[in-house]
Ligand binder design. Structure first.
Ligand code: NAX
Length: 328
């Protein structure tokens, strides 16, 4: 057996943390041969609940778990981390403006970036789940100058998975027959789920995009507003599906994406597709040899261009706001 991989999960006592840790521990994220040492990072008020989660992890007697630590200091939490899942974040409170939200999250992701820079393992891979995920990832990356920026990613895999199922239902095919779909831009209501390059049941996705009424009034808003629909139905935000997406993202990052398909992830832009360099934006990506690569050469229709630009514009505004706050 290989030596254990150090996995740090922030917000470990929260609802996504609770859905996530057991799946990591069971081997679903890094594979059935890879032992994990779990580090649960919480704020002091969350430590007791995290201890309860750790007790339950103990009670599962997972053979792959090499140890569990519970900490409230990011410097300790990220020391030696190979995989860091940044789930804990500050939610938007009543009357909070976007600037206040970005500032509050800067207070979390700036010190976490610094702690990753100071002590994480050389091969650290970071996935930011906590919202606003793209800009939180940008803040963390900007405060970790010694870590390559391509190790910082933001989660749009939940949006990708949501889109897969909507398309499969519309076309009456299994989810496994929907390929090469893309989420572009920000993990927010401006995100753009793109079907123009998709293959659905062996047929081109444009057979679906030709139905503009469905595309614009049903598919795109259903995917983009799914989070709000879940809150409305469940009385709580997405948790198990968010944890599942985080597992998928890290699994594919480390172990590779399937041949002939791609997925979506928030990765640092190299200027591809006109997305300003340095923004952490969702793109079509493949993972090879443990690194994400943006899929190149896709033709972008006028319809897609407008939608991508709108979402990327929002990311640009967020970057300007956190620059002004001195966070990046
Ligand atoms: P919860 O409120 O259940 O849990 C958050 C946990 O984070 C709490 O236990 C809290 O004590 C902890 N925490 C807060 N600040 C921390 C810090 N500085 N260090 C360590 N821990 C800290 O939220 P949950 O439902 O688990 O959601 C977590 C985050 O995921 C939220 O920001 C949420 O908006 C975001 N989501 C992102 C999604 C995505 O697709 N990218 C989808 C699901 C979810 O909405």
């Amino acid at each position: 057996m290989t030596s254990p991989v150090n996995v740090t999960v922030t917000g470990a006592a929260g609802q996504i943390g609770y859905a996530l840790l057991f799946r990591i521990a069971s081997g679903q994220m890094l594979g059935p041969e890879t032992p994990v040492r779990l580090r649960l990072l919480e704020i002091p008020q969350g430590v007791k609940a995290a201890e309860g989660t750790a007790m339950e992890l103990d009670d599962c007697a997972f053979p792959l778990v090499a140890g569990i630590d519970i900490v409230d200091d990011p410097t300790v939490g990220f020391d030696g981390a190979n995989v860091a899942l940044l789930v804990g974040a500050r939610p938007r409170g009543p009357g909070m403006e976007r600037g206040d939200l970005l500032e509050a999250n800067g207070g979390i992701f700036k010190p976490q970036g610094q702690a990753i820079n100071a002590g994480a393992a050389d091969d650290v891979r970071v996935l930011v789940v906590g919202n606003p995920a793209n800009t939180n990832a940008l803040i963390a990356a900007s405060n970790a100058p010694d870590v390559p920026t391509d190790r910082f990613t933001a989660m749009t895999r939940l949006d990708h998975n949501r889109a897969l199922t909507q398309v499969a239902k519309k076309a009456g095919v299994p989810v496994s027959e929907v390929r090469r779909l893309t989420i572009w831009g920000n993990h927010s209501a401006t995100q753009y789920p793109d079907l123009f390059h998709a293959e659905v049941g062996g047929r081109p996705g444009t057979e679906l995009t030709d139905d503009r009424a469905w595309l614009e009034q049903d598919f795109i808003p259903t995917v983009a507003k799914r989070g709000a629909a879940i809150i409305d139905a469940r009385g709580a935000s997405s948790a198990a599906s968010a944890a599942n997406a985080a597992i998928d993202h890290v699994h594919d990052w480390v172990l590779g994406t399937p041949e002939g398909d791609w997925t979506s992830a928030g990765v640092v832009s190299d200027g591809s597709y006109g997305v300003p360099e340095g923004l952490i934006s969702s793109f079509p990506v493949v993972s090879q040899n443990g690194a994400w690569e943006i899929v190149q050469g896709l033709e972008i229709s006028d319809f897609s261009r407008g939608r991508i630009d709108a979402s990327v514009g929002e990311l640009d505004d967020e970057r300007a706001a956190v620059r002004q706050l001195g966070l990046v």
